[in-house]
Design a protein around this ligand. Structure first.
Ligand code: ATP
Ligand code: MG
Length: 390
């Protein structure tokens, strides 16, 4: 990139426009952040009613590998990012030949494949769960007993616990691999988790990097349910270790953009890396209301080549994910009026009309003066919404 893409300027005769591959909620929040700063936006997503497409200046409604769609996106945009990691890497290669693309196709390709991702973590000196790659029947037979009980995960295309099966015995493992159509998989040993946490960094093309504080995450049925961020959510030593590991993982990729790394904290207090997301992450949604710069603001800055400044948490925060189940529990109409009557609640809905169970429909951020106050408000919200307390 020659210089920064400044908002509100003309680039090749058009208003400075930032593009995003994918039209889900992460794209929508990126579009909001970019527009607030004065950029025009373009979204490429095949879905006519995609959350980001609905709010963008331009919505290019084609498949991700459609040549004309990609050409239109390049024609419109000064730089392009991605909002979900299953965007085909070849599409990013095509775009990257003509426009700045961040994160790069190479970094996204590594994050798309659990086996490659684990190899990268190991190269960076960050411990991973004991695991084995299973691509052939011979590899299946050679799996050591020590990896059982374990979780069999497809190497590619998994999210929100999809493409994963828990297995206790070799017979279950073989059956599970069959059920996953014998695609390349990684078997991970089931670890005793004391907690889960994640770290989000933003890294510029010049190598400058800033980070958000460590997020403590609660997952239910493989889906993020609650994120808590405040002083003492994890021990300071663990937090420092997680931040250092995330920074080395980002540096090792020469990463440009926003990167989230998820970790397991084991019963003995040690840290094991789980996976990374080459984009803003669900566990960073609290930054929209509890930090002076959100993860989406920093995504805009890294893409446009603008300066990065260390974000500051100005309030303790708890984020509750709002899954389709909340709608089901209230006959399609959750009591938002009652939730919003609670102090410092910030509702974010993604514009999805079809509330299926397990579908991410929105999130609720709770801020406040003290951790106790935020916790009490968040628990009150769970009671109103019929979410299991945490
Ligand atoms: P995401 O939506 O975060 O991309 P995913 O489908 O890629 O999710 P993982 O992050 O691999 O799934 O796993 C989801 C959750 O399952 C983890 O957050 C953790 O709670 C549990 N889990 C995964 N692997 C293990 C393991 N090896 N040992 C114990 N629990 C695990
Ligand atoms: Mg995960």
């Amino acid at each position: 990139m020659k210089g920064p893409i400044l908002p509100g300027t003309l680039v090749n005769g058009q208003p400075a426009t930032l593009g995003v591959m994918g039209g889900g909620q992460l794209g929508r929040m990126f579009v909001h952040a970019a527009q607030r700063m004065g950029y025009f936006t373009a979204v490429l997503d095949p879905d006519a009613s995609s959350p980001a497409g609905l709010v963008s200046h331009h919505h290019i409604q084609t498949a991700y590998l459609d040549e004309q769609g990609l050409a239109q996106l390049m024609q419109r945009c000064a730089a392009i990012t991605t909002e979900f990691e299953n965007v085909p890497a070849p599409a990013l290669v095509t775009l990257g030949a003509h426009r700045p693309v961040a994160p790069s196709a190479g970094a996204v390709a590594i994050a798309q494949d659990r086996a490659q991702e684990k190899a990268h973590f190991t190269r960076c000196g960050v411990p991973v769960a004991p695991n084995a790659v299973i691509e052939t029947a011979a590899q299946l037979a050679a799996v050591p007993d020590a990896l059982l009980p374990g979780i069999l995960k497809t190497a590619r295309m998994g999210y929100d616990g999809k493409g994963q099966m828990r297995v206790k015995t070799r017979a279950e493992l073989a059956a599970a691999w069959g059920e996953l159509k014998q695609v390349p998989c990684v078997l991970e040993k089931m670890l005793p988790l004391a907690a889960e946490c994640s770290v989000i960094v933003a890294r510029g093309a010049d190598g400058q990097m800033v980070n958000f504080p460590v997020q403590r995450n609660l997952h239910r049925a493989g889906i993020l349910a609650v994120t808590e961020v405040h002083e003492g959510n994890v021990s300071p030593a663990l937090a420092a270790q997680a931040v250092a590991a995330t920074r080395s993982i980002a540096d090792g990729l020469q990463y440009v953009g926003v990167l989230c790394v998820e970790f397991f904290v084991l019963a003995d207090g040690s840290l094991v890396v789980n996976e990374m997301a080459p984009r803003p992450h669900n566990s960073g949604h609290y930054t929209m209301d509890a930090c002076d710069h959100s993860q989406f603001d920093l995504q805009v800055r890294t893409l446009a080549g603008l300066p990065l400044v260390q974000p500051r948490l100005h309030s303790p925060a708890i984020m509750l994910n709002l899954l389709g189940d909340v709608w089901a529990a209230h006959g399609g109409m959750p009591p938002w009026d009652r939730v919003l009557a609670l102090p410092s609640t910030h509702l974010h809905l993604y514009g999805k009309l079809d509330a299926k169970p397990g579908r991410k429909m929105g999130h609720l951020n709770v801020t406040g003066k003290t951790v106790d106050e935020v916790r009490a408000t968040a628990l009150a919200a769970t009671r109103l919404l019929g979410i299991e307390p945490f």
